[in-house]
Design a protein around this ligand. Structure first.
Ligand code: SAM
Length: 221
């Protein structure tokens, strides 16, 4: 890993060392609504930028086999230990997504929760291509990102980032998405649900809010 990537991985290592589940235990509501309407017991799912694994755990508890990838060795170790003690079908991998070798047509579901916004342009293009190539035809994807409505973007654009950092993890954000940008990244596919919104976040640090976009889609065959 390059130094810059290594520094970011260390930031997440520190956050995950000091907290049991830094981003909370709950998956986002639109994700749980999606998963709770389908039978995922035969699913093979991929969780990209899994962190401490709240999405991977949610899926495995409902019967999916899950492969979870992150460049934070602490996140990966903690998730691996949790999966072992809870006997969940989760395999883990410590890897940098910006040069990850994605498999072809292997997964029924790919999750990328707050990770595309942590990557630079080339990294995002690599991962977006990887998400779609690793899905089986007709398979599902779910992702979310921070948008330019986020206070982190507003502070950054005013040069106030250091003084007004809204969350310790916020400093790792590489790119805040424009309106419709996430949709456009996946527009060749069938978009089942897409939303941009602002919401309070009480899951870590002092209470703060975020500008979000999420997408749920299906790979066009
Ligand atoms: C905001 S956290 C989200 C974690 C998890 N998806 C969740 O929602 O709880 C972003 C995660 O992406 C991981 N990440 C960022 N850049 C990465 C990269 N280049 N390769 C692998 N993981 C990366 C970080 O280590 C971190 O765990």
């Amino acid at each position: 890993m390059t130094n810059r990537i290594g520094d970011k991985a260390q930031l997440f290592d520190a956050l995950y060392t000091s907290n049991d589940m830094y981003f909370g235990r709950e998956a986002r509501p639109e994700f749980s609504r999606l998963i709770d309407t389908i039978d995922i017991r035969c699913f093979h799912s991929l969780d990209l930028g899994c962190g401490q694994g709240r999405y991977a755990i949610y899926l495995a508890e409902r019967g999916s086999a899950v492969h979870a990838v992150d460049f934070s060795s602490v996140g990966i170790e903690k998730l691996s230990l949790y999966a072992k003690t809870q006997q969940l079908n989760i395999s883990t991998e410590h890897a940098d997504l910006t040069n990850y070798q994605f498999p072809i047509g292997e997964y029924d579901l790919v999750v990328f929760a707050t990770v595309l916004d942590h990557l630079d342009f080339d990294g995002r293009q690599h991962v977006i291509r990887g998400i779609t190539s690793s899905l089986k035809p007709g398979a599902l994807f779910y992702g979310n990102v921070f948008t330019k409505e986020d206070p982190g973007f507003i502070s950054k654009s005013k040069g106030l980032w250091q003084q007004e950092c809204v969350s310790a993890a916020g400093i790792a954000i590489e790119h805040y998405f424009d309106s419709n940008e996430l949709w456009n990244c996946f527009s060749p596919h069938e978009i089942l649900d897409y939303k941009e919104f602002k919401e309070e976040d009480c899951s870590h640090g002092t209470d703060h809010w975020h500008g979000w976009a999420y997408i749920i889609g299906r790979k066009v065959e």
